[in-house]
Design a protein. Structure first.
Length: 168
């Protein structure tokens, strides 16, 4: 869980006031700063929930992706594409999961040079238990009801479409 700051004022609102005096009103600066702080809070909370499983949220996401695969295995390039991360990050993530016994590597029968990451039984068990904990904590968004959670998704979806993550 993120360490509470317990400040007597909202530092982002304060920064907004100072910003406005110097450069003019900017709701965008307030929004992006709030999003970045929210990300830090959520990552800290999710990582704390996943710590008993020796997982980070990034490694958890890779395990979930493998559970969604019909065979339980995917090429590393496909994992990077689906998780929208750099190939080096995928390699590091799969290396760590392999050392933990949650994933194994095997040759890709469709590509002689390629490698598949395959979830192990231990990885499946771990992702099931970790998912129960994350679901119980509403993935750190328990402050919001389901309706607001859906609105957050909808608002940020437009940004992701505009960035070219996917076609609307």
């Amino acid at each position: 869980m993120a360490k509470p700051l317990n400040l007597a004022f909202d530092p982002i609102a304060r920064a907004g006031d100072l910003w406005e005096r110097r450069w003019g009103h900017s709701p965008a600066m307030l929004a992006v700063t709030s999003i970045m702080r929210a990300q830090a809070i959520l990552i800290a909370e999710l990582d704390a929930l996943l710590r008993p499983y020796e997982l980070t949220f990034a490694r958890y996401e890779a395990l979930v992706l493998l559970t969604f695969s019909s065979s339980g295995a995917l090429p590393l390039s496909k994992i990077g594409e689906r998780l929208m991360v750099h190939p080096t990050s995928v390699t590091n993530t799969i290396d760590r999961l392999e050392r933990q016994g949650y994933v194994s590597r095997r040759p890709n029968p469709r590509d002689g040079r390629g490698v598949l990451a395959e979830i192990t039984d231990s990885g499946r068990d771990t992702v099931e238990r970790a998912t129960r904990d994350l679901m119980a904590a509403d993935f750190g968004l328990g402050t919001y009801g389901a309706g607001d959670q859906g609105k957050i998704f909808d608002v940020l979806r437009s940004l992701r479409v505009d960035a070219g993550d996917f076609q609307d």
